[in-house]
Design a binder for this molecule. Sequence first.
Ligand SMILES: [Zn+2]
Length: 170
Amino acid sequence: MNSEQKYEIQFSGLAAGVHDFEWSLDSAFFEERSSEEILEAQLTSKVNLDKNNRMMTLLFNIEGKVKVICDHCGDDLWLPLTCNEELIARFAPDTDLTGDEVIYLGNSEYKLDVSQYLFEFVMLNIPAKKVHLEGECNPEVESYFQSEEPIKEEKEKQDPRWKALEKLKK
Ligand SMILES: [Zn+2]
């Protein structure tokens, strides 16, 4: 898919009932939004929209993988990603898109750009700790850490600041 695709739902012309939409989210999608965390992406996003005369319920399903940097060894890491999120869009006199879970679409609105939601949902679902599975980190970095860690622990034990902290806790 090219980066020109629009992540828009032209809801005014939609009949009441359920409608499905699908877009791919590639590396360019995240590049355009200046994401430093995601280096590459191969994701499919699906939106299941249920419309009635008062509101629309949008169920987002995003699946695939993203390439990030491993926190432990600094090498590339492909992370599998699955997220399911819900957004309620109520029809209202005035537009208010500031809510996280419920937004309001004013009388003059006829389309909804969901690209920002897609981006945020992906970012929200990237784990805080991004590391390779055990044994899959860069072996050179692994051996460096293995030789460093016991020394560091020993230092911490002897550090007088730790003793001071212990006293504070009591
Ligand atoms: Zn790693």
